[in-house]
Design a protein around this ligand. Structure first.
Ligand code: IMP
Length: 430
């Protein structure tokens, strides 16, 4: 029996949605454990595209239980829209298939207002957040002023907490951020409405997961964003506000580490980043443009164009170490078709030093020059490959070389967005 965690090994958008969807075949339960609707997991099933922001990607399978863990920050209005959208497509029709942790924190309208106002004030120094209120919601959680689902269920607790928070946030919004203030009653009524619709899903998901795991159910933990956006291990301060790494599974789903047997890192065959922050292998010329166009590198949540660059083995090795990756799923290999040479970044040079490990200093990262090793490219389209041996020789060599450089087995290669456009080398659930 094994439970599997899927973790982004880069700056997010690695194609986790597709991989989680594939692995869900062998899982009984899929759990989100961090982040919120800053995530956008794109899935293509039978040619139909679905983008999920909050609900685990397992929702596109019938009879799989989807869990939103305590580590997720939930915008209830968005969650209800997502449930309605899925229902319209014939998914998630049984209420028993969705469970939300009673300890998950709520994203409130003031979180969004603060997130967006701060970004405007930061000007050129902005983080490039998704503007969904993620950072301010986690700030309140750590400041011990956040509102959780369990608070929303109790009218008095919710009213008291909201009142206190609104008073404080309105002072901050008006005096510091020069923004409009928010109305208590409007928010109170809207959130009580959300409560009525969401109450049936709310439970102690930690206890539930413990029971299910003991009963032999297989669990897939679905990460959002990626290791290099982790608040502790990423390119701070150009990060998201949660722990996107494996440790986040324990805290954000409420399970012990011995319940996670396989940790699969998802990495593109190249690198992308959305928002601001250092990106040593970024390509600003025509090659970056080609990756962007061929890879349709536009954000699933904000529609922003993603910055593109070569595979950064320094960053992925960092992800291997922090997450203890047991395997890597390599996505979007097909996008590299047509490049004559394909460089791999094996180290950085910065300020006269050679970095083989990912530096903590943003300054070192901003000044980093990638040390590149060049591989020969290929021209054949890859989307029909179902075995590694179906790939052109140079594509096979590229995959094997990445495996050597990051010292982790590649267990899956994705050659297109569809479920079937996949070379599965090892199933992590068996
Ligand atoms: P926030 O999570 O909205 O606070 O944004 C912080 C940083 O994380 C920004 O650079 C975002 O672009 C980035 N980010 C947040 N969510 C995702 C994601 O799902 N994929 C890629 N980048 C993300």
């Amino acid at each position: 029996m094994s439970n599997v965690a899927v973790i982004g090994a880069q700056w997010g958008d690695e194609g986790k949605g597709k991989i989680v969807d594939l692995f869900t075949h062998d899982a009984d339960i899929v759990v989100r454990f961090q982040g919120g609707n800053n995530a956008g997991h794109t899935l293509v099933v039978n040619g139909e595209k679905t983008v999920l922001h909050l609900i685990p990607s397992g929702a596109l399978h019938s009879h799989k239980l989807c869990v939103i863990g305590n580590g997720v920050v939930v915008d209830p209005g968005i969650l209800l829209e997502e449930i309605a959208g899925l229902r319209k497509k014939g998914y998630l029709c049984d209420d028993a298939l969705l469970r939300i942790s009673d300890a998950a924190h709520l994203i409130m309208p003031y979180h969004k207002a603060i997130d967006q106002a701060r970004e405007r004030l930061r000007g050129k120094g902005k983080i490039g957040t998704t503007g969904r209120g993620i950072g301010p919601a986690y700030e309140d959680k750590v400041a011990r002023t956040g509102i959780r689902f369990i608070d929303l269920l109790d009218a008095t607790t919710f009213r008291d907490k909201l009142k206190r928070n609104i008073e404080e946030k309105n002072i901050y919004l008006k005096a510091i951020l020069k923004e409009k203030t928010l109305d208590f009653k409007e928010i109170y009524d809207a959130y009580r409405g959300y409560r009525d619709e969401l109450e049936k899903y709310v439970t102690n998901t930690g206890v539930m997961l413990d029971r299910e795991i003991k009963a032999g159910r297989k669990v897939l933990f679905e990460g959002a964003q990626g290791t290099l956006l982790d608040v502790d291990h990423g390119t701070y301060p150009y990060v998201t506000s949660s722990n996107t790494v494996i440790g986040g599974v324990c805290t954000g789903a409420g399970v012990g580490p011995r319940n996670i047997q396989q940790v699969i890192g998802i990495s593109k065959a190249y690198t992308t980043r959305v928002g601001s922050g250092p990106f040593p292998t970024e390509l600003k010329g025509p090659e970056g443009e080609k990756l962007k166009q061929e890879g349709a590198e536009f954000g699933a949540t904000t529609g922003r164009a993603r910055r593109c660059g070569w595979f950064d083995a320094v960053g992925v090795r960092h992800a291997v170490r922090i997450n203890g990756l047991t395997g890597i799923a390599l996505t979007k290999l097909d996008v590299l078709t047509g490049f004559k040479k394909i460089p791999i970044c094996t180290a950085y040079r910065s300020g006269g030093a050679l970095y083989e490990e990912f530096p903590s200093s943003v300054k070192a990262l901003k000044n980093a020059e990638p040390v590149l090793e060049e591989m020969e490219g290929w021209n054949e389209p890859l989307s029909k490959a179902r075995k590694l041996s179906d790939l052109p020789d140079n594509a096979q060599r590229y995959v094997r070389r990445l495996e050597e450089i990051v010292q982790t087995e590649i267990i899956l290669v994705s050659v297109g967005p569809g479920r079937e456009e996949t070379i599965l080398l090892k199933n992590p659930f068996v």
